[in-house]
Design a protein around this ligand. Structure first.
Ligand code: ZN
Ligand code: CU
Length: 516
């Protein structure tokens, strides 16, 4: 007598192998049988006739670190079939941090990565979590927002923090080389931290220094770090931004293929959209971020330094009609959410750069943005590459409560169904097996999780059951807070999280810790 028997599904097992019709049996937290189980019985049986039975999707690039403490149900993710998230990306993780770190949310205090993972487990969480630690976190703990190279002593202190985070279960670390203070690091500093992480068998995920004019140099730096530190490299949200740079991903992928051929271990992830999303403050030159928000405010407001900042922003040649304000904190600025900087400039009677800077000043530089910057040809080219897995680059959101604010990038709700529906079924970019593999088995293998990401006896029962003809994203840039459709069941560690299309109250996720 099994706990759960999923009958007659079209089984896509996550390895990339061809689908087959079969049954999947679950006992406790684990899958115990896959095949023809006609003579078996279970406490609960799901008839999956006409549906695909796949491993639960693994979000290879998630920013849910804080969101999971605010709302443990991870709603926008589980409605996509996600059962595991790789958090701590782009150089910023929940931990380590100073215990009394400022937050926009009223959350319990923590310091180390171990504290954070314990907190998450104590509270309960709907999805499993694979933690990375942020290079920006360790640099900030040692050097604050100082814009200079680390001294030998500071570097030693960062390496000690890195070692501690790895011992507490991190699967690796991430850099955010457009985000101060991570961006203030030189290659030498990143290699030093990477060596510590490599010694524990961890991985280096990087939001590179440049995803536009200097894309190739940025990929080269990532490769150099891999070579010098002997660490597996994972390039985050691979893309090329700005019309003049479209097509460059052909060159980066060729370079990566050649380097892999030569023995460097590199993989990548991608989200399936032509728009990016980050903080609007990235338009302010990085040197102007030094020493924190108050120092930045003074620089922007200073006649001379402010003029220099404006000149550098102008030199970037931004398309202000392609940059949307996604979120503001202050009530009086909510009217700007979903509007382009060009529209906001027209509303306030200012030049676009002035409108953007005034909003940043009013919001203490905490303004979310969406920027249209890529082209479809590049998105599809990157998606087809066998080294590329799928990651949302988003934090878990919800259609009500504190995570339902603003006009965030629709990738938070749509990434995985969009790959299956729009790019897989409609555009024919990926086969069903390849799409599922890039969302499960490939990612599990990359993070050396041998008991997740595939439907096999002995694996944890993380399972997503969906309708391959109907699965699709419904979130748009205008109406982003909309759940995907076509996902019927989501099972995490053997427990129902989505049951017949409705989320349950169960929080069966685990804070995973790297094992040697
Ligand atoms: Zn990033
Ligand atoms: Cu990211």
């Amino acid at each position: 007598m099994y706990d759960l028997l999923i009958r007659n599904g079209k089984v896509v097992d996550g390895t990339g192998n061809p689908w087959f019709y079969g049954d999947v049996a679950v006992q406790g937290e684990k899958i115990v049988a896959v095949g023809r189980l006609d003579d078996k019985r279970a406490k609960r049986t799901i008839d999956a006739e006409g549906l695909v039975v796949a491993p639960g999707f693994i979000d290879s690039h998630s920013h849910s670190d804080e969101a999971l403490l605010i709302n443990p149900k991870a709603e926008s993710k589980v409605f996509q079939g996600v059962t595991t998230e790789v958090i701590g990306q782009c150089g910023t993780s929940a931990a380590p941090r100073v215990e009394a770190a400022e937050s926009n949310w009223d959350l319990p205090r923590w310091h180390s990565l171990g504290d954070y993972l314990d907190l998450l487990e104590k509270q309960g969480v709907a999805v499993n979590v694979i933690p990375l630690f942020g290079h920006g976190n360790v640099r900030r703990l040692v050097m604050g927002m100082a814009n200079r190279p680390a001294t030998a002593e500071e570097l030693r202190a960062m390496c000690q923090l890195a070692d501690a985070a790895m011992r507490e279960g991190a699967f690796g670390f991430s850099s955010g080389l457009i985000y101060p203070p991570s961006s203030y690091a030189d290659t030498h500093e990143l290699v030093a931290v990477a060596k510590v992480v490599a010694a524990h068998g961890g991985i280096y995920a990087t939001h590179m220094r440049d995803e536009g004019d200097n894309l190739l140099a940025a990929v080269s730096e990532a490769i150099t770090i891999g070579e010098q530190a002997g660490i597996p490299v994972h390039i985050s949200h691979h893309k090329t931004c700005g019309e003049a740079n479209w097509g460059k991903v052909k060159d980066t992928l060729a370079l990566i293929d050649a380097k892999r051929e030569a023995g460097v271990d590199i993989t990548l992830d991608q989200y399936p959209y032509i728009a990016t999303s980050t903080g609007l403050k990235v338009i302010v030159p990085q040197w102007a971020h030094a020493d924190g928000v108050e120092a930045m405010r003074q620089r922007v407001s200073d006649p001379q330094i402010g003029a220099q900042i404006r000149a550098e922003i102008a030199a970037q040649g931004y398309r202000w009609d392609w940059i949307l304000v996604a979120s503001c904190r202050k009530e009086e600025n909510k009217q700007f959410e979903g509007k382009s900087v060009e529209e906001i400039a027209a509303m306030t009677g200012q030049a676009p750069i002035e409108a953007a800077l005034e909003l940043l000043l009013a919001e203490d530089f905490d303004v979310g943005m969406v920027r249209f910057a890529m082209c479809e040809e590049d998105v599809e080219l990157v998606m087809r590459h066998p080294l590329v897995m799928i990651g949302s680059d988003a934090s878990a959101l919800a259609t009500s409560g504190p995570l339902a604010q603003g006009k965030p990038h629709p990738r938070a709700y749509g990434t995985f169904p969009r790959v299956l529906g729009h790019y897989g079924r409609e555009r024919g970019v990926l086969t069903l097996e390849a799409a599922v593999h890039k969302m499960s088995g490939l990612t599990a293998a990359r993070f050396r999780l041998w008991d997740r990401g595939v439907l096999r006896p002995g694996s944890y029962a993380d399972i997503t059951i969906f309708d391959e003809e109907r699965v699709r994203d419904t979130a748009t840039f205008v109406e982003p807070h909309r759940h995907a459709v076509g996902i019927h069941y989501v099972i995490v560690n053997g427990q129902m999280v989505i049951d017949q299309g409705v989320q349950t109250e169960h929080l069966p996720g685990k804070a995973l810790r790297r094992r040697p």
